[in-house]
Design a protein around this ligand. Structure first.
Ligand code: ZN
Length: 413
C-alpha cells in the first residue's frame, strides 16, 4: 500500500493518478515532466520575486512547503514526490539588479493588429452538453447549453477581431469534441481508478464506472486535445481566451428554479493546492508558468478585460469563499484558480465567466436568443448576450493594447 494521506486519495479519485514503475505521481494521462526544460530560467529570477509569486499567486498559504524548499541562493524542487531526496536545483538571480525584469507586453506597438488570439469556446455543447453537465431546461423552454452559447460568442468575437487585423484561432468550430477519444475508451481506466474489474468488451459498465469514464473524457482527454492543438499552432498565441458563462448551484436540483445572483469574474492560473503540487506534472507546470512570468501577462490582461466587461455588462463581481481560488491584486473581479485548461494551454490564459445562466436576469435574456441590434429589457436598450459579451471583450482588448494597466511592480517606487 502507498502511504497516501486521505486527502491525497480524494484528489487522486478526482483527477486520476497512474501508478507506474517509474514512481512518478501524475495527473491522469499526463506525461512525466522534463525538469531539464526549466534550465533556460536558471538564474533569471530573484529569490524575493520567486517567493512573492508563490505566495500571492501560485501556491498561497504555504501550499508548496512540502515540495519546494526555498534557500538563500536556490530553490530545491522535488522532481518526484515519491522520492524525498530527488531535487531539481533552481538558482536565483544574484544581487537585486540581476533579475531580467521584462515588462509584460501582450500587444507590442499598442496595436491589436498583427497579434494572434486563440479563443477556446468552453465545454463541448450540442449532444454532449448533458453528459458534461452544462445544460439545463426549465419547463418547456428551450434548453440552455453553455457550450453552444460560448461558441456563438467566439464566432462573433472572431469576426470583430479579424476586422481589427488580429489573427484568430478558434479551438473548436462546432459543438463536437476536439479529442477523437470517446467515454467508452476510458471504461477500463475508470474501473481501475475505482478499484473494480474492467467491464468486458461490449458490456454496459456500472453507472459509477461510466460516470468516471465520462469525466476522464471531457475533463481530461478533451482539455489535453485542446492543449495539443494550441501547441501545434504555427504562430504562438499572444493571449488565450477561454469563454464561459457561469451557472449557480440549483437551490433544489429536483425542482429547478432560477436564482437571484448574477455576476462576473475572470480567472488567471494559480492557487495550486498542496495536493495538486504533490502531483509531479502539476508542480512542473506551475513552475514553468511562474518562471515565464505568465502571471504578469495574465494579471494585466485580466485587469483590462475585467474593467471593460464590468462596465459594459453592469455585472457585480463574484467573490470566492473557498480556498480553491485566491484574489489577485485586490481587484474585485480577478481570481486565480488551477484548472486543467489554464495550466496546460501554452501562453497567457484568461477564463471569462460573465453572467449566471440560471439567474432571473440572464435566463430571460438567453431565452431571447441571439438577435440583431437592441431590445428593451427592464426599460433599457440591450444587445443580445452574444453581442454584449463579444463587444465587451473587444473593448477590453483595445484598452489593453492602447494603455496596458500597470503591473504591481510599476506601482512600486
Ligand atoms: Zn463553463
Amino acid at each position: 500500500m502507498r502511504p497516501f494521506p486521505i486527502i491525497f486519495s480524494f484528489v487522486v479519485m478526482l483527477f486520476g493518478f497512474t501508478p507506474s514503475a517509474t514512481a512518478y505521481r501524475l495527473s491522469f494521462a499526463s506525461p512525466p515532466p522534463d525538469w531539464s526544460a526549466l534550465d533556460a530560467w536558471q538564474g533569471t529570477m530573484s529569490r524575493e520575486a520567486f517567493l512573492h509569486r508563490l505566495e500571492t499567486v501560485y501556491a498561497p498559504g504555504g501550499a508548496s512547503s512540502e515540495t519546494i524548499r526555498v534557500e538563500a541562493t536556490a530553490a530545491y524542487i522535488r522532481t518526484r514526490a515519491s522520492q524525498p531526496h530527488a531535487y531539481y536545483r533552481l538558482a536565483f538571480a544574484e544581487g537585486g539588479g540581476a533579475e531580467v525584469a521584462a515588462k509584460p507586453v501582450i500587444f507590442p506597438g499598442g496595436r491589436l493588429a498583427g497579434s494572434h488570439i486563440v479563443i477556446d469556446p468552453g465545454h463541448i455543447g450540442g449532444d454532449w452538453a448533458e453528459l458534461e453537465q452544462r445544460s439545463f431546461r426549465i419547463g418547456d423552454d428551450p434548453p440552455v447549453r453553455e457550450g453552444d452559447w460560448v461558441l456563438l460568442v467566439a464566432q462573433r468575437l472572431r469576426h470583430l477581431l479579424e476586422a481589427e487585423g488580429v489573427q484568430v484561432t478558434l479551438v473548436r468550430e462546432a459543438n463536437e469534441p476536439v479529442t477523437s477519444a470517446r467515454p467508452a475508451d476510458f471504461f477500463a481506466a475508470a474501473a481501475q481508478q475505482l478499484g473494480r474489474p474492467a467491464p468486458e468488451t461490449g458490456e454496459e459498465p456500472k453507472p459509477d464506472i461510466r460516470r468516471r469514464a465520462e469525466l476522464l473524457f471531457y475533463r481530461s482527454a478533451e482539455i489535453r486535445a485542446r492543449a495539443d492543438l494550441i501547441d501545434r499552432l504555427p504562430q504562438p498565441a499572444d493571449l488565450i481566451l477561454c469563454l464561459h458563462i457561469n451557472a449557480a448551484a440549483w437551490p433544489d436540483p429536483e425542482n429547478p428554479s432560477l436564482v437571484d445572483e448574477d455576476h462576473l469574474h475572470i480567472l488567471v492560473n494559480g492557487a495550486y493546492s498542496r495536493e495538486e503540487l504533490a502531483l509531479d506534472d502539476q508542480r512542473w507546470q506551475m513552475l514553468r508558468r511562474l518562471l515565464r512570468r505568465l502571471d504578469d501577462n495574465e494579471r494585466i490582461a485580466a485587469r483590462a478585460l475585467a474593467d471593460a466587461m464590468a462596465e459594459k455588462t453592469g455585472l457585480p463581481p463574484f467573490t470566492y469563499r473557498s480556498p480553491v481560488a485566491v484574489n489577485i491584486d485586490g481587484h474585485p473581479y480577478i481570481w486565480a484558480r488551477n484548472l486543467a485548461a489554464n495550466r496546460l494551454f501554452d501562453g497567457p490564459v484568461l477564463f471569462l465567466e460573465p453572467w449566471v445562466a440560471n439567474s432571473h436576469s440572464a435566463y430571460a435574456r438567453l431565452q431571447m436568443g441571439h438577435y440583431e441590434g437592441h431590445r428593451m429589457i427592464d426599460g433599457e436598450p440591450r444587445l443580445s448576450i452574444v453581442e454584449e459579451y463579444a463587444q465587451s471583450v473587444l473593448s477590453g482588448l483595445r484598452r489593453l493594447a492602447a494603455e496596458p494597466p500597470p503591473t504591481p511592480e510599476d506601482a512600486q517606487p
